[in-house]
Design a protein around this ligand. Sequence first.
Ligand code: ATP
Ligand code: MG
Length: 191
Amino acid sequence: MIETNLAPLAHSRMNETQRGLIIVTTGPGKGKTTAAMGTALRAVGQGLRVLMLQFLKGSWHYGELDAVKAFGDNFVMRQMGRGFVKVGQEKPDPEDVRLVEEAWGEAVREIASERWDLVILDEINYAITYHMLDAQLVIDFLKSKPEAVHVILTGRNAHPGIVELADTVTEMREVKHAYQKGILAQRGIEY
Ligand code: ATP
Ligand code: MG
């Protein structure tokens, strides 16, 4: 029989003082947003208060929007976009930029308010990559954020400056994805 003890993998020492971490999940493989939500679930279970702001999302109805209602004010999720972004143009659509700026304003207010222990900025990396949000602005704010607040930033192509600033960075590698076989997005798995 093989025995494994995963506890040391997680932490060799536990710490009761909350030291806010900056965490990034990036890369082309599936699992960035759902990893952030998994962390959120763990946090809520420990009595922490979690806010997830979804940059760029808005048109699809994700299962998690209904699921988090069960947690009341302890886990709140807000869609801040319109669900699609026109990319590949020279300049981003001004309406997308406006929505991203609004979402960023909300992120700053909420993180600074210290009402939340964990704030997830979902897909913010895309907003930065597509020049809808200035990376330096985000970096400067994160450097001055309240000490105890954890922040998770998700989305492909995380900006190098954000990767450098972050404490924990995980890159999802795509080995394969059902989409490549022509299998369309599955309810409960993709949305
Ligand atoms: P998830 O929300 O499932 O954790 P993600 O956050 O890693 O995915 P995004 O880049 O935000 O992925 O893309 C969102 C959508 O695209 C999801 O429906 C996801 O399943 C799908 N997706 C993610 N990676 C791939 C891929 N490599 N090929 C095709 N579709 C993908
Ligand atoms: Mg995502």
